[in-house]
Write a protein that binds this ligand. Structure first.
Ligand SMILES: [Fe+2]
Length: 246
């Protein structure tokens, strides 16, 4: 298994991926999903979570049963094709009005066998309401991971509010490709700041397809791992993942 400065790539779980075919803007076909999975295998990554978008009121709102069936089916195909990658169930849940009631009614899927929900903040407007609502949910005991806050316009200039949520118990996932600058200067700067503030519990790829937004490669992991803050976050993430998935 590949090691980067004592970081075991085989222990890493990519908690944010759009590998499921035909459910959102991620992989479009089973063939693409299998090729996608082979890229993970090539990087030495053995476990990932499928987190299709869940955006109520749109075509991207798969229910729990559909996601479970599709993940089971994909795992079966990967085994048939000899790809050494296990896919867990999950969702990237867009923040929405009924988030609290939907969580309470068990409508939404957490990541794998954990109790953690991956919640995507609103991309443009409504950051204040989001922060207040998430704070309330964390207070009620829900385990929340914020998906890529560094990409969110309303949070990029208010990272202290993210820090506040973290102090209250929320966790943060940053995209690898925010650090490399793929999402622009503001996202890069915000990702660096969050890392400095120790506000990053998971790094993930948020991978969508083979070309524009592919899975993280070993070369990229090695390059990013040279930054002490990134390596610390990766190691901390691996420790946390053990709580989530084992
Ligand atoms: Fe995503």
């Amino acid at each position: 298994m590949e090691d980067i400065l004592n970081f075991h790539v085989g222990d890493f779980v990519d908690i944010h991926t759009h590998i499921l075919p035909g459910v959102d803007d991620g992989c479009r076909s089973l063939t693409e999903s299998i090729d996608f999975a082979r890229l993970y295998e090539k990087a030495g990554i053995q476990q990932i979570v499928a987190t299709p978008h869940f955006i109520p009121g749109t075509a991207w709102a798969p229910d729990k049963i559909t996601v479970r069936e599709k993940v089971d089916s994909l795992n079966g195909h990967l085994a048939e094709h000899g790809v050494n990658l296990r896919v867990f169930t999950g969702m990237e849940i867009a923040y929405h009005d009924n988030l609290g009631p939907n969580l309470e009614q068990g409508m939404l899927l957490p990541l794998g066998n954990s109790e953690f929900f991956l919640i995507e903040p609103p991309m443009t407007k409504g950051a204040d309401l989001f922060l207040a609502d998430i704070g309330g949910l964390v207070e009620q005991g829900y385990r929340i991971i914020l998906a890529h806050p560094e990409r969110i316009e309303g949070l990029q200039n208010n990272l202290e509010a993210v820090h506040c949520l973290v102090r209250e118990g929320a966790l943060v996932q940053i995209n690898f490709h925010s650090i490399t600058g793929y999402f622009g200067r503001r996202a890069k700067r915000a990702s660096e700041k969050l890392l400095e503030m120790n506000c990053c519990h998971f790094l993930a790829s948020d991978s969508h397809d083979l070309r524009k937004r592919p899975p993280i490669s070993l070369t990229e992991l090695e390059m990013l791992g040279r930054f002490p803050a990134v390596m610390n976050a990766l190691k901390a993430g691996n420790r946390k993942l053990k709580e989530l998935f084992y």
